[in-house]
Design a protein around this ligand. Structure first.
Ligand code: FAD
Length: 290
């Protein structure tokens, strides 16, 4: 088959890092569910495609003393099935389980989802509230960034041309913790999220120690954390007034674009209150917000 670019399939991480350090216009191929679409449409014209599917060490999920480590090549279906991503981490597994369709989830990797950094990307909000970090490797060494620092906007991250995203680190949570991921989409079936949200709470039954992290997708160019609202909700009894105040703060901080194909700014703003109430109810049990 004729390919209008060179193709390499390294068997080791070392070989891969050498290849991308020597080729300015190399593009990494993981599951290909974004890259191939972009090559076909002419948006990306690569000189070299580096297929990382044969680097087996990139598709592990394991637990260490401090982290759950997810290899960047781990597919959505592997994440969905992993016994390590249950309990407090289930929100990530759930997000992976509802993206695209089964066939896409069999190919689509977590690394590709992060690097593509679509505003509606399924894994980004769960990873933000789980305080995840990304490990980037090159021939000159390794650096670790928080997912919040790493993602800069649609299709933009801090990755350098000679780097490979090798793994994602999710800190182990010992405190009583739980999380939720919610999304809205235009039609039944396959579409990217019109708007999505993740909430994660530690020490959930102790109002004095409770820590809350919230992240919304598609309302700003990168995942949006309403930090003032997190602080407001952390040590206070959750009431209707507190929710209304939170919604007011969030809506004053976001500015959803009017050109989105999937949802109007008004719809996204409307969904903020729904996500907050439903998410908090799901984690904390019945809260009285009437
Ligand atoms: C029909 C369809 C439905 C979809 N539905 C959804 C959906 O509901 N939700 C959603 O979030 N997405 C959806 N997507 C988008 C896509 O499937 C995901 O973003 C997917 O996770 C991308 O992973 P991949 O392995 O296929 O990435 P690839 O296409 O292989 O790569 C994507 C980008 O990341 C780079 N890259 C990949 N891995 C690495 C790495 N380890 N280090 C450095 N760079 C890397 C590539 O060079 C490329 O630029 C859909 C796509 C299709 C075609």
């Amino acid at each position: 088959m004729f390919l209008p670019f060179d193709y390499q399939s390294p068997k080791s991480l070392k070989e891969c890092l050498k290849l991308i350090s020597e080729n300015e216009n190399a593009h990494i191929l993981a599951g290909g569910t974004d890259l191939i679409v972009n090559i076909r449409s002419g948006k990306i014209i690569p000189q070299l495609v580096v297929d990382i599917k044969n680097i087996s060490e990139l598709s592990d999920i394991k637990k260490t003393d401090n982290y759950i480590e997810i290899g960047s090549l781990t597919t959505m279906n592997q994440i969905t099935k992993s016994s390590l991503l249950k309990g407090a981490y289930y929100l990530l597994s759930y997000a992976a389980s509802i993206m695209g369709c089964y066939e896409i989830r069999n190919r689509a990797t977590i690394g590709g989802n992060i690097i593509n950094a679509s505003p509606g990307a399924e894994t980004l909000n769960p990873l933000v509230v789980l305080s995840a970090k990304v490990v980037l490797e090159s021939t000159s060494g390794q650096r670790i960034l928080s997912i919040e620092e790493f993602v800069c906007g649609p299709n933009k991250t801090e990755i350098k041309k000679n780097e490979l995203l090798t793994k994602i680190l999710i800190p182990i949570v010992n405190e009583e913790a739980d999380g939720v991921y919610m999304r809205r989409q235009r039609v039944k079936g396959m579409d990217l999220a019109s708007v999505n949200c993740a909430i994660f709470i530690t020490n959930k039954s102790d109002i004095k120690k409770r820590k809350i992290k919230i992240s919304f997708g598609t309302v700003t160019p990168k995942p949006y954390r309403p930090i003032k609202v997190e602080q407001l909700l952390e040590n206070n009894k959750i009431t209707k007034n507190l929710i209304l105040e939170s919604v007011k703060i969030i809506n004053s901080e976001i500015n959803p674009r009017t050109t989105s194909l999937r949802a109007s700014p008004e719809y996204k703003k409307f969904m903020i209150e729904y996500f907050l109430v439903e998410g908090l109810k799901k984690i904390l049990g019945e809260i009285n917000v009437n």
